[in-house]
Design a protein around this ligand. Structure first.
Ligand code: PTJ
Length: 245
């Protein structure tokens, strides 16, 4: 990362690409994560590489949900771990959530490497290693979760999530917060709170909102959630991507 000059017009995008490459080299990120990153990068380019107002509103509503939650869990995959490990630890601290490693392409080696990577960034008690419960209606490998983690959670943050799993979690009647740069993908389409923004910007902004709302009353938090319009957020993101407005 030191080799990229900060005034390079594509600075953030190049940093992101490097982090994913390093993640693959360290055994954290799956090779498919590079394809996912390429797709995300194209959508971000069309969004103007900025947090649009409807995404900021979604991030604020997500923070309110997390603060109200009894058992919030933040799900970590290979791309999330490579891109925003410290930022996820900060968000977990701000809203008192657990971190759970949950992989689409599950191997014990990657689970352990990601858990260790999170611990290096200050995480304590990383979940996802026990995998003693199953999400109903999903094939065996992809259904594995911790009984006292995602399985029991009332609010889950699932960044860059696979559509089948997003739907299965929705069927479990959890409040689902999805971060995904593609507003047409199934995961944001089924989520209660779809955040169409780069995870690199979304997570620190959720933490900032959570810190600002730390002393807000339950009524204030509920009002923020009530005001958020998920249909509008999805439409606004698509409108920006298609028409640049
Ligand atoms: O580590 P694993 O095994 O759990 O696998 C993780 C990946 C991401 C490889 C796996 O879940 C996958 O293949 O996901 P998809 O189906 O490619 O979906 C990834 C979605 O995330 C796409 O819609 C991308 O546009 C979006 N995306 C990619 N990078 C970012 C992003 N969204 C937000 N921020 C990003 N930086």
């Amino acid at each position: 990362e030191e080799e990229i000059p900060e005034d390079h017009p594509r600075y953030q995008d190049l940093i992101t690409r490097h982090r994913i490459e390093n993640g693959v080299e360290k055994g954290i990120t799956h090779l498919q994560g590079m394809h996912a990153e390429g797709r995300g990068s194209a959508f971000d380019y069309l969004l103007g590489e900025e947090t649009i107002p409807s995404a900021d509103a979604a991030e604020r509503a997500a923070a309110a949900h997390l603060l109200l939650a009894e058992q919030p869990v933040l799900s970590i995959n290979g791309n999330v771990a490579a891109l925003v490990p410290g930022e996820m630890v900060d968000l977990a601290d701000a809203v008192d959530a657990d971190l759970e490693v949950n992989l689409f392409n599950r191997t014990p080696e990657r689970i352990e490497a990601i858990a260790e990577h999170l611990r290096e960034h200050g995480a304590e008690g990383v979940k996802g290693l026990t995998a003693d419960a199953r999400i109903p209606n999903l094939d065996h490998q992809r259904a594995k979760v911790d009984a006292d983690g995602i399985y029991a959670a009332d609010v889950v943050v699932v960044p860059l999530e696979d559509g089948d799993r997003a739907e299965a979690l929705q069927e479990m009647e959890k409040t689902e917060i999805v971060i995904d740069l593609n507003p047409l993908s199934r995961s944001p389409q089924v989520a209660e709170i779809p955040i169409v923004d780069n995870i690199i910007r979304a997570v620190p902004n959720m933490t900032a909102h959570a810190e600002e709302l730390a002393t807000a009353s339950e009524a204030e938090l509920r009002a923020i959630i009530e005001e958020f319009d998920r249909e509008h957020a999805l439409e606004a993101a698509e409108e920006r991507i298609r028409n640049g407005v």
